[in-house]
Ligand binder design. Structure first.
Ligand SMILES: Nc1nc2c(c(=O)[nH]1)N[C@H]1C(S)=C(S)[C@@H](COP(=O)(O)O)O[C@H]1N2
Ligand SMILES: [Mo]
Length: 368
C-alpha cells in the first residue's frame, strides 16, 4: 500500500445518529437515486436511473477508445468501439442495485454514500456477451481471475487506484456478463460508463465496471482495493469478511397518497388504495410472494411476470386504508426460502441492507 497522500481527512467512523455529514451531502449530490414514484416504469428512464461514481467521470471519446485484453492470455486483444459493435448484440433488461443501498438505515451508520432506498433501477442494456471475447483472447490454463478496470482513478483510504473489480472464470460462466454500449435504446450516457461498461446480471452494482478499458487475465486472485478492502460483508472492522456478490431478495413500493414536501410523510383518504411496487432477487432465484403490511393486517400482492430473467417484477395490492397513522411495509420472499428481514442485517459498512421498506402514512377521514 502507498502512504496516505492526504492529511487530516475527516474520520469515517460510524455515525451514532441519523444526521449526515457535510462530506456525505457532497456524495449524495453527485450520486443521485431513483425517485420511488418512477418504480411504476418497467424500464427506468435513463435520466432517473441511480448513479454511483467513486472518483471523477472520465471523458472517453468513442473514436479513440480502445479496450485492451491482456495478461495471461494467448492472444492479447486491442479493440475499437467499432470492433465491439460488429460483434453479436444482445438487449437485456437488468436490475442493478448498489450494495450500499439502504446504508442510511443502519444505526450506527458507516460514513459513505447515505442511501435510503433509491439506489436501484432497471435499464435495457445493449451489448455483446463477454465470455466469447475472453475465449478469443484465450486464458492460460492457470488463470484464476479476470480483472476489469475502469478509466477512472482516485484515492480511497490513501490507496491510489483505478476502479477495478474481478470475476473468476466460473463466475463469468455463471453470470454471462455483457460488454455494454447502449442503454434504453440509446448510446450509453457518460455518467453510466460511456462508451463501454460491464454489466454483471444478478450481482450488486459494483461488479458492473463503468468506463471499462482494460481486462487482465491473472494467474492469482485479484487484490485490487475495490475487491479486497471494500465490498466485503464484515461483522467488525478488523475481520477480512466475505465478498459481496449477488443480490439479496428485496422489494420496494411507490409511496402511496400525497407527500409532505419535507418529511415525505404520506397523506391519503380512507378507502381502498392500490399500492404497487417492485421485487427482485439474486440469479437463479425467483420471487414467490410479496406481503404488504400496515402493522396489523397483511395482504398478499398480485405478482406480474418479471421484466426479464435478471430484472424485477411488478406487484400490486389493494390496501383498505382506515383513519390513523401507519408504517406500511412490503416484504418479499423467494424460492430459496429467503424473506426480507424487518431490521437491517448487521454489517459495518452497511452493505446488503435488504430490510423491508417502511413508509409513514397518515389516513384522514375527510378531504383537506
Ligand atoms: N469505473 C467505475 N465503475 C463503477 C463504479 C465506479 O465508481 N467506477 N461504481 C460501481 C458501483 S458501486 C455501482 S452501484 C454501479 C452503478 O452504476 P450506475 O451509476 O450506472 O447506476 O457502478 C459500478 N461501476
Ligand atoms: Mo454501488
Amino acid at each position: 500500500m502507498t502512504a496516505a497522500p492526504f492529511e487530516n481527512l475527516p474520520a469515517r467512523v460510524p455515525a451514532p445518529d441519523t444526521d449526515v455529514s457535510f462530506e456525505e451531502r457532497g456524495l449524495a449530490n453527485r450520486n443521485s437515486g431513483l425517485p420511488l414514484e418512477l418504480l411504476r416504469h418497467d424500464i427506468t428512464p435513463a435520466g432517473a436511473h441511480y448513479l454511483l461514481t467513486h472518483f471523477d467521470m472520465p471523458h472517453l471519446p468513442g473514436d479513440s477508445f480502445r479496450l485492451r485484453i491482456g495478461g495471461a492470455v494467448r492472444t492479447p486483444l486491442d479493440l475499437s468501439l467499432a470492433d465491439l459493435l460488429e460483434r453479436p448484440q444482445v438487449d437485456m433488461p437488468v436490475t442493478l442495485e448498489c450494495a450500499g443501498n439502504g446504508r442510511a438505515g443502519h444505526d450506527p451508520r458507516h460514513r459513505s454514500m447515505p442511501w435510503l432506498y433509491e439506489a436501484v433501477g432497471t435499464a435495457l442494456w445493449t451489448g455483446t456477451p463477454l465470455a466469447p471475447l475472453l475465449a478469443e483472447a484465450g486464458a492460460a490454463a492457470d488463470v484464476q481471475d479476470w480483472a476489469f478496470f475502469g478509466a477512472d482513478e482516485g484515492f480511497d483510504d490513501g490507496v491510489r487506484h483505478f476502479f477495478g473489480r474481478s470475476l473468476t472464470p466460473a463466475e463469468v460462466a455463471a453470470a454471462q456478463p455483457l460488454l455494454v454500449t447502449g442503454m434504453n435504446g440509446a448510446p450509453l450516457l457518460p455518467q453510466h460508463g460511456a462508451p463501454l461498461r460491464l454489466i454483471v446480471p444478478g450481482w450488486y452494482g459494483m461488479a458492473s465496471v463503468k468506463w471499462l478499458n482494460r481486462i487482465e487475465a491473472l494467474t492469482e486472485r485479484f487484490d485490487g482495493f475495490q475487491q479486497v478492502h471494500t465490498y466485503r460483508y464484515r461483522q467488525d472492522r478488523e475481520s477480512a469478511g466475505t465478498p459481496v456478490t449477488t443480490l439479496r431478495v428485496k422489494s420496494l413500493m411507490v409511496p402511496p397518497g400525497l407527500p409532505d414536501w419535507y418529511s415525505r410523510r404520506r397523506w391519503l383518504e380512507a378507502g381502498p388504495v392500490t399500492v404497487e411496487g417492485r421485487a427482485w432477487t439474486g440469479p437463479g432465484r425467483r420471487i414467490t410472494g410479496v406481503r404488504l403490511t400496515d402493522g396489523s393486517t397483511s395482504i398478499e400482492a398480485d405478482l406480474s411476470a418479471p421484466v426479464g430473467s435478471h430484472a424485477w417484477l411488478h406487484w400490486r395490492a389493494v390496501w383498505d386504508a382506515r383513519p390513523g397513522r401507519y408504517q406500511l411495509r412490503c416484504i418479499a420472499r423467494d424460492d430459496s426460502g429467503a424473506e426480507q428481514p424487518l431490521t437491517p442485517p448487521a454489517d459495518v459498512a452497511g452493505f446488503g441492507n435488504n430490510a423491508a421498506q417502511s413508509v409513514d402514512v397518515q389516513v384522514a377521514p375527510h378531504e383537506v
